[in-house]
Design a protein. Sequence first.
Length: 79
Amino acid sequence: MMTLYLSIKETAEYLSCSTAYVESLIQQKKIRAMFDGENYLINKDQFDTHLKQLEKYKELVEELRNEPVPEDIDIKDED
């Protein structure tokens, strides 16, 4: 399996966020990056699990939205 490294700009595009945000995540050590003397290189594989979990969450939310609301049998019309 080939490891793919991304630049800060490519990572920002991949994650749909700004380059400044990616830089701040690197500084906070929330994403792993290597510095090659000129640029940061970010291992793309570290995001796979996160993106898969995000996709599962989106599917779950969509299922819940599409589920019909059952009538509550405890509601009584007393008007």
